[in-house]
Write a protein that binds this ligand. Structure first.
Ligand SMILES: O=C(O)c1cc(C(=O)O)c2c(n1)C(=O)C(=O)c1cc(C(=O)O)[nH]c1-2
Length: 251
């Protein structure tokens, strides 16, 4: 992990150092800790689900941007599966639909989620930063930014393990999304990790990969900071002037 060193990390040590970034995963954010610790109010759970919807709908656009920048048909062929997972195909309704089921299971209407009225500006800006990075970076760098998925199965499992006990008011149908992602994330990350280990070879490139992964960790953490301001500290944007959700809904 030392940029000044002139010998690159071995493939195994590089992978180990990427995995060590899990120390900064949003699983450690106080908002998440409260969620799987059973300390969240229904309003806080609903706020999280409604805001995370914006991440869900931008993921396939992000993956399409990566494919648009990638000249390698073999990579595109595998990457395409991510879009199908979220948007659905044939009789699989897809991850976005599963997320809407989760929304309904926690007591939100489809309409209020789809029209994005709850999406806080800070969440929107963080998610947009991810999409914009994927648009302008090389496809290998954008693939590297998806590597937070190394840590995602644990967070989905933690919800499956804790939410039904803590929040019996949530309809069990809602958990389908988290179950679905357990296997999908493991498969995706194998591909993304292979691309990263192949591409980032020099010490400077490896340092760049750590920075890209940290950028993505920052996005996930920042989303939860914005949600904490709104739903924990009760200080959403403009709270000093109005209780109305006057913020924009996307341009
Ligand atoms: O619930 C979560 O904490 C979480 C985190 C992440 C992640 O680490 O980026 C993803 C997901 N979920 C997820 O469901 C998902 O489909 C997904 C795709 C990606 C990506 O970067 O391409 N991350 C994630």
């Amino acid at each position: 992990m030392n940029a000044k060193a002139n010998t690159p990390l071995s493939r195994a040590d590089f992978e180990k150092a990427l995995r060590a970034k899990g120390a900064y995963y949003h699983i450690h954010h106080p908002f998440h800790r409260a969620m799987y610790g059973g300390e969240c109010t229904p309003e806080q759970i609903r706020g999280w689900v409604a805001n995370r919807y914006y991440y869900q709908i931008k993921i396939p656009q992000k993956d399409a941007a990566i494919m648009a920048n990638c000249p390698d048909a073999a990579v595109r062929r595998l990457w395409l599966q991510r879009i199908l997972d979220h948007d659905g195909h044939s009789d699989d309704a897809g991850g976005i639909e599963a997320w809407l089921l989760l929304a309904e299971s926690v007591g939100l209407s489809r309409e209020e989620v789809i029209d994005q009225r709850h999406v806080l500006p800070g969440v929107r800006f963080a998610v947009d930063a991810y999409l914009n990075f994927a648009r302008r970076a090389s496809w290998q760098e954008a693939a590297c930014s998806s590597l937070t998925e190394l840590f995602a199965p644990e967070i989905h499992q933690s919800r499956l393990d804790s939410w039904p006990d803590h929040y019996p008011w949530i309809e069990p149908d809602g958990y389908r999304y988290f179950r679905k992602r357990l296997s999908e994330a493991r498969r995706d990350v194998e591909h993304g990790l292979g691309i990263t280990l192949d591409h980032f070879q020099s010490p400077a490139q490896q340092q760049r990969a750590f920075e890209i992964l940290q950028f993505k960790l920052d996005i996930l953490w920042t989303m939860l900071d914005a949600m904490s301001m709104a739903y924990v500290h009760k200080t959403p944007p403009y709270h000093t002037v109005t209780d109305a959700k006057v913020w924009h809904r996307g341009l």
